[in-house]
Design a protein around this ligand. Sequence first.
Ligand code: XBP
Ligand code: MG
Length: 234
Amino acid sequence: MRRAVSFDVDGTLVDTERDGHRVAFNRAFEDAGLDDHWDAVAYGRLLAVAGGRQRIEAHLVGRGVAVPEARRLARHLHALKTQHFVDMVYGGLIRPRAGVTALLGALEARGAALHVVTTGSREWVGPLLDGLFGRGRFDVVVTGEEVTRLKPHPEAYRVLLSRVRLRPEEVMAVEDSAIGLRAATAAGLDCVLVTNHYTAGQDGSGALVVADSFAELSAESLLATEGAVAGGAA
Ligand code: XBP
Ligand code: MG
């Protein structure tokens, strides 16, 4: 039996990208008096870059801003964006994906530890997890600030394993994207992919199962170390 499950945040525990982060990025552009605006389709392409600050920098360089200025401006814009997203979190605008809350309870009922590994910024990750799932619900939370290399690099998952002192085969990872899947499997974890409108159709090779909702997952199957990850009640 596995002893723990590690959840990704954006797109997995919560469906935050299109109507959350993207809106916050656009408000930051407006605050700074810039004409930049990311529509839902353009943002879907930009998600290929992990990390909000890195995403802004890549976008600015892509439209011809010199790298040093793009780096400086991205830091400024990302600070504005993060404040807008924190406001959205405290405003209750971000909700768990369907089935997540029940699955977390079912995992705890079976004695599993819950962890988080995300690329997102700790400034909003903390309030979001505490507000939606209760303070201290996740034993270890690794965010984008704790690593030097973001997903798909496995560093964040290696940090988790070192903190929880578990072997990779004792922890199941739950992710939404090919980037997250690659990070988890490169660290030696089995990984289940629960896709969303942005990540459906991405390369899910290497995932134990690719589901399009949490209804297809059960706590028992996430913790079982043999056999397929079956669906059914959490
Ligand atoms: C998804 C990301 C994050 C968010 C934006 O993280 O790549 O960068 O898009 O959050 P996850 P920040 O690993 O949870 O899927 O602006 O704080 O980076
Ligand atoms: Mg994600």
